[in-house]
Design a protein around this ligand. Structure first.
Ligand SMILES: Cc1cc2nc3c(=O)[nH]c(=O)nc-3n(C[C@H](O)[C@H](O)[C@H](O)COP(=O)(O)OP(=O)(O)OC[C@H]3O[C@@H](n4cnc5c(N)ncnc54)[C@H](O)[C@@H]3O)c2cc1C
Length: 441
């Protein structure tokens, strides 16, 4: 397993629980990835029940939901709460404390028996024919090779797949981001400012600092408040959406910047790191000036490095299309169901339905034993706006980890040889929800 982020951590837990000897190689000193560095709410465990007045269904369950329950018990998330005002976007609001998230996910990984290699870079691969036989790592201990039967690329950047010779594109179709946590600013005041000035488009209430029914998420449009505020925020790439589970603290304020070339380019990345830190300082000034009572606000946390919405897009056996996403298509080899699209209501999954994610979407084309999971699959930008979201990535993680462990147990040589019925049964046992009848049952 390379990459212990949003998808990879769940893959490693699933693989170890499935009985496979599992190593997780993560370049940072913690697991969690963009879910703890860049995101806001976790989109989404549910279908769009309110938008279409249909049955409310929790469509992602399994290890991701088990994790959320543990995080909630640890006081690290808001739990599931209904979103108010914009039912056509996401009906479930789930906000996290990023530090608790990092701790609880590591605890789960260790408990499952995963050998967690932190501060360790997956730098290269060893290969024989169509098989990856090992991942070369770099750490303070030196260069080593982690050998294995099956591998999962969850690096976000697709580093392992690219090194292994997979085909890929680099669409460079999103801005990169450094999200900051801002202290000394009250979300109630933030909410009131947007509401009273006609800029509020969405909010949610939930548990904050131990009290129920508090504002935990706010989104709006700076440009609806005034042209000059809209222009200033736009020039800085500063989003208005924010979440928190603490008084006097905003967990995420996103600051965006569009690089000229793909963020896999080293020098483009370095320039973006600098530019985003400049923009964060200016965004803080704008917030201090704009929000009443935020005059002493300060940056309490930034991501250790920029977060991306994608770099490489790895070619896999199947590439799910926008048409399949929005029409809620289900597949004979699907591994989970999902019901959120980040461009809703402009692009929406019709009728509060869900689509299925086929097993084939995670099989790296031309390689026998490598999965690609997380943001690095799905070439169509608009389809990717659904598949890349956190909860979808977590569910992919459980699917790939479960499948890899089954392949080990069955003594298989190729991920493609795993009988779907075995995978389906194992996923069901892992409490994965299938929102549609799977043909073989
Ligand atoms: C700024 C931003 C805001 C977002 N907001 C939301 C939101 O509000 N809600 C939502 O649902 N989704 C949101 N998304 C989308 C979602 O967060 C991501 O698509 C998803 O988290 C990606 O998960 P991943 O596992 O593919 O990548 P990551 O979570 O980035 O995981 C990759 C991991 O691999 C590690 N790594 C990378 N290269 C190597 C290497 N060579 N060796 C070892 N380790 C390596 C990284 O350190 C990281 O931990 C947002 C994305 C961004 C960028």
């Amino acid at each position: 397993m390379a990459g212990g982020g949003t998808a990879g951590a769940f893959a490693a837990v699933a693989s170890a629980r499935g009985g496979a000897k599992t190593a997780l190689i993560e370049s940072k000193g913690y697991a969690g990835g963009i879910a703890v560095e860049g995101g806001c709410g976790l989109h989404s465990f549910y279908n769009l029940w309110n938008a279409f007045n249909v049955e409310k269904r929790m469509v992602v369950r399994g290890i991701p939901e088990e994790f959320i329950q543990r995080l909630y018990q640890a006081g690290g998330c808001s739990g599931h709460n209904e979103t108010i005002m914009r039912p056509e976007y996401d009906n479930d609001t789930l906000c996290v404390d990023v530090e608790k998230y990092k701790y609880v996910i590591l605890d789960m990984l260790r408990e499952a028996g995963v050998h967690v290699l932190l501060d360790t870079m997956a730098a290269d691969v060893l290969k024989e024919g169509n098989r990856v036989t090992g991942v070369v790592t770099e750490s303070h201990q030196g260069s080593e090779a982690v050998l294995g039967k099956f591998f999962i690329d969850a690096t976000g950047y697709g580093d392992i797949s690219a090194r292994a010779g997979a085909c890929f594109t680099e669409p460079n179709d999103y801005p990169v981001v450094n999200s900051m946590g801002v202290g000394g600013i009250d979300i109630d005041k933030y909410y009131a400012f947007l509401r009273d000035n006609g800029g509020l488009i969405e909010y949610a209430r939930g548990t904050r600092s131990g009290k129920n029914n508090q504002i935990i998420r706010v989104d709006g449009r700076w440009s609806q408040i005034s042209g000059s505020l809209g222009d200033a925020a736009k020039a800085l790439g500063m989003s208005s959406v924010t979440t928190t589970i603490h008084d006097d603290y905003l967990m995420f304020i996103k600051v965006n910047f569009k690089t000229a070339v793909s963020p896999s380019n080293r020098d483009a990345l370095a320039d973006a790191e600098f530019e985003l830190r400049r923009r964060q300082q200016a965004s803080l000034e704008l917030l201090r000036k704009t929000i009443l009572g935020a005059e002493s606000a300060f940056i309490a946390r930034t991501a250790p490095s920029i977060t991306i919405r994608r770099a490489r897009c790895i070619e896999c056996d199947y590439d799910i299309s926008l048409d399949e996403v929005v029409n809620g298509v289900h597949f004979p080899d699907e591994v989970f169901s999902y019901g959120f699209h980040d461009s809703a209501p402009r692009i929406q999954i019709k009728g509060g339905k869900t689509y299925g994610m086929p097993y084939r979407t995670m099989l790296v084309k031309g390689l026998d034993n490598l999965f690609a999971i997380g943001m690095m699959i799905t070439s169509d930008h608009e389809a990717h706006m659904a598949t890349r979201n956190t909860v979808s990535c977590m569910a992919m993680g459980q699917a790939a980890g479960t499948a890899a462990a089954l392949c080990v147990k069955q003594g298989l040589g190729r991920l493609r040889d795993l009988p779907y019925t075995k995978l389906y049964d194992a996923l069901k046992l892992g409490n994965v929800w299938f929102d549609a009848e799977v043909p073989y049952k």
